[in-house]
Write a protein that binds this ligand. Structure first.
Ligand SMILES: [Fe+2]
Ligand SMILES: [Fe+2]
Length: 330
């Protein structure tokens, strides 16, 4: 029996219509109870048939006339065979966003600056916005670099994650298409949480590393940080479309370039946030030409819900202003 209340036992269409019919014939309640179901009182824990009728039965009977099913019947079927997908990460507070590390090909200098800026701005959280791992060895498209073995890639992920955990209270990791290469290779017998456990089991146990099976996270109910499936050569194009769609500010990874567009509503912004890769070390951008935009190293800090974009482009970021003193290793 379903976990619904005991009253539901008596809500069958036939039962309701029978009670309705008897009452319309002015049959007394005691006799109705005897006719429709002699065990009604015991099953309903003292609830009289009369009270049940006034509280539930009347409306139910009216509905039965209109439809042989209740909305609850349909909901039960839907719940039995399907589910809702609402398990995305929710992040509260200030957060630094580093996308597309493509380990082991991360940008060492910019990563050090990211940690230093987070410390300077007192940012407790880091969001790895997908493609933390490159998984070149599992690529469907290319002949992998023989030096990029899976073992070496995972070791690099662990090494950098250990370093980052020394600088942030909590690290969030959402899914990128490169991270998915491992799961696809294993016929989806593994998920990001298990990959996180392989990389840093202790932090995962202590909930200092939070992994998501979703490719986006919501920050302070107003920013959507995402590693989308879509791509555009025009920087800011995909996030601004998503900002329109979701009616919130959007920071997008995956495009590997920079760009900012205000959405059509004139209020929400879409930012392509570059990434924490080192383009010089990405084999397929160095060995082959494409019409895709140049990969641009960058990271973003969300502080008081305001976005600060940091790059190695002196036209956009004056590091002499932001980190004027000789930086020490964190
Ligand atoms: Fe990427
Ligand atoms: Fe990607």
């Amino acid at each position: 029996m379903s976990p619904r209340s005991a009253h539901a036992v008596y809500e069958s269409p036939a039962f309701c219509l029978r009670v309705k019919e008897l009452r319309e014939k002015k049959v007394k309640w005691e006799d109705v109870a005897l006719i429709v179901n002699s065990s009604f009182a015991s099953k309903c824990k003292g609830l009289s048939l009369r009270k049940w009728w006034h509280d539930f039965g009347r409306k139910r009977a009216q509905h039965v006339v209109e439809s042989p099913h209740t909305p609850q019947d349909m909901e039960e079927i839907a719940e039995l065979y399907s589910k809702t997908w609402d398990g995305h990460l929710v992040i509260k507070g200030d957060v630094c966003i580093g996308a597309d590390f493509h380990m082991p090909h991360f940008h060492a200098d910019l990563t050090e600056k990211m940690v230093a800026m987070s410390k300077k701005m007192k940012i407790p959280n880091l969001l790895l916005l997908g493609d933390f791992a490159n998984f070149e060895s599992l690529s469907r498209f290319d002949h992998p670099d023989p030096d990029d073995t899976l073992k070496r890639e995972l070791e690099a992920c662990t090494h950098l994650m250990d370093m980052l955990l020394k600088s942030y209270k909590r690290i969030y990791w959402v899914l990128g298409n490169h991270d998915k290469r491992l799961f696809r290779a294993l016929n989806f017998g593994l998920d990001l949480k298990q990959l996180g456990s392989m990389i840093c089991q202790e932090a995962l146990k202590e909930r200092r590393l939070i992994c998501s099976g979703y490719s986006f996270a919501i920050i302070n109910d107003c920013w959507r940080a995402t590693h989308p499936k879509s791509y555009s050569r025009i920087g800011g194009r995909v996030p601004s479309i998503l900002a329109d769609k979701f009616r919130m500010h959007v920071i997008g990874a995956h495009g590997h370039h920079l760009g900012l567009q205000v959405a059509m509503d004139g209020e929400h912004v879409g930012i392509d946030c570059g990434g924490m890769f080192d383009p010089a070390k990405i084999r397929y951008t160095q060995q082959e030409d494409s019409t895709h935009g140049a990969w641009t190293p960058a990271f973003t800090i969300i502080r008081n819900n305001c976005a600060y974009l940091f790059t190695n482009n002196p036209a956009l970021t004056d590091w002499g202003f932001w980190l004027p003193k000789k930086r020490r290793k964190p």
